[in-house]
Design a protein around this ligand. Sequence first.
Ligand code: GDP
Ligand code: MG
Length: 439
Amino acid sequence: GLSTRLQNVFSKLRGKGKLTEDDVNEALREVRLALLEADVNFKVVKDFVAKVKERAIGQEVLQSFTPAMIVVDIVNKELTELMGGTQSKLARSNKPPTVILMAGLQGAGKTTMSGKLAKLLLSQNHRPLLAAADIYRPAAIKQLQVLGEQIKVPVFALGDQVSPVEIARQALQHAKDHNNDYLIVDTAGRLHIDESMMEEIKQIAETVDPDEILLVVDAMTGQEAVNVAESFHKQLELTGVVLTKLDGDTRGGAALSVKAVTGCPIKFAGMGEKMDALEPFHPERMASRILGMGDMLTLIEKAQAGIDAEKAKEMERKLRTAEFTFDDFLEQMEQVKKLGPLDQILDMLPGAGKLKGMKDVKVDDKQMGRVAAIVRSMTKEERANPELLNPSRRKRLAAGSGNSVQDVNRFIKQFEDMRKMMKQFSSMMGPKGAKQMKN
Ligand code: GDP
Ligand code: MG
């Protein structure tokens, strides 16, 4: 993927000392290829590479002690800029209800996202109302009603014999009458080239005068997402974009291009099918993620939902400085259970691409239980010093935990690889680098 490619580029640069113009050119050639491969719009790539080059071939890079770091920093900053710079919040009307109109292709995730947004608003003590204005897809109304029941948000529906424009109009009145401060209008999927369907959503917009028109874009659709976004924007004057299915494999292309092409900020990211798989879209975090540095901040934030903040900070520091012990591992594993699917967590850790790629790392709950048993069989000293684990101690651990010696060996190897990776990562960043990346 893109992260791996970029990581390769940067590890080539690392240790070179000072960068020549040729080095920069070569690195950027790789960056360009990597971005194109990740399905980023070619015009966006062209602009992007030109901008980075302009900044990179300068004295600051040539005279720096850590040239690779500077290039990473520039690419990171430019990627962030490309995705909108700062985080963009949901609009709020001073004349409630705030009306949010959802638009997009079929299957993009509009209905799911409508539910997620409603749930988020509810958790912020708002009183959202959902409106079911997809009268075309069989069971679409039911789908929204089921979600509404699940998240305890009322759903306004008039069946499928009333026009979507009329449903939206009455939903707005209903919201006003019932003191709902947000109205989220879920609409049918439509193609940007379908004139009558586009006319319909324009009429809905005229009728409810939305504060937000959010285009829901499936991040897996890559290049095509850009054409769709461009066309929707021309016809509807979008106020923002929501990227869904960012939990999937392809994650680069759409995120990078959509903002650049439409000028609309990406406001939220959908990270799964569940109602709480929603994150505000942070351009700088996404840039770091694409660069393969992992999304520490998101991970920490998630962790804080279930974990003591001090502990989370300490864990982050340990990960960064590779002072990670078996005890930390055990604790982390227990916390991880609260955080959600482990694959997702791994994506957020630096170098996790490699970790997941390692054949032996199979992370399921059963495996986690067995691994925890190995750690629990260790003495205090052993937990802090993996070096102590000689063959006879390993045999003891195997017997004590109900694993084979091979299992124990494999786990210790994985643990050491992980520590090594963390160390490499932090030396690549360096104390200076880490600071630079943060601002
Ligand atoms: P709509 O046609 O635009 O309303 O799309 P839906 O909301 O019905 O979603 C289509 C499918 O995509 C459903 O199976 C959803 O569960 C799934 N989906 C929606 N958002 C996400 C997401 O962020 N991640 C994943 N993995 N699946 C999603
Ligand atoms: Mg739908």
